[in-house]
Design a protein around this ligand. Sequence first.
Ligand code: ADP
Ligand code: MG
Length: 274
Amino acid sequence: MNLLSLNDVTMQFGGVVAVNNLSLTVKKGEIVSLIGPNGAGKSTVFNVITGVYAPTNGVVSFDGEKMIENYPKGKMKRLYAGENREKYTKIMLKRPDEITKLGIARTFQNIRLFRSMTVFENVLTAMHVRRTSNVFSAVFRINHKEEAGMREKSAALLKSIGLEQLQNMPASSLSYGKQRQLEIVRALATGPKLLLLDEPAAGMNPQESEELAEFILKIRSRYELTILLIEHHMDMVMGISDKIYVVDFGKLLASGTPEEIQQNQAVIDAYLGG
Ligand code: ADP
Ligand code: MG
């Protein structure tokens, strides 16, 4: 079963067509990679899936339901017409916080941690995102019982992936490789079904990226995750992906298994060859 599907998604910024009529599917339990040169539109795909941008065109479905839809021609409608947003156009768009609650979490291309907070606090603050964000919870403080539950879950999460001995260290004191793992743990704290990883191995040495690959495989089985991965480290991509999509200038260039992609002449010419 497809957990995520994009149908004919286009994302235009002024004159730049960052994503051009892209369709892709991710089945439950798979690790699917999105690769291609810098500027190919990969991060923009994540921004569309997570509701940061309304696509100019296309549909994004998640877990059997349409989550984002925009098929009108013409101008991109700005986001978030609040309660009225379905009245405005054919656009049906969930807000980023709603999308998180549906079960999609992401990490960013550039590391985003609270550097002076401890590892534990970094996870705990991410756990808070799980709570419903309505007016009342914003006004009334979280109760002690709820807070205690979150602390317990944060500790359990850190333990389950073997980071418990680092939990009282400031995030900034971790090695670069561990900081990037901590970012993934923060994403896990929101309880996702689908995890989007944007260049998690960027800046890593070969040993760190190998450890990261193992870590990704471990969390996939432990938390029954489905993963969409953007990455330039080809050893990692070819080693852990079930399927690969290659994009260039926002367009799909090829898709297939790691073996198929490595033998694809168009992909070699546009990306792998260099
Ligand atoms: P990748 O992640 O594959 O390197 P991006 O998705 O970041 O590529 O960018 C694809 C193209 O879209 C680039 O030309 C980039 O400059 C452009 N782009 C991305 N986000 C925006 C934005 N918010 N406004 C204008 N142009 C953007
Ligand atoms: Mg990018």
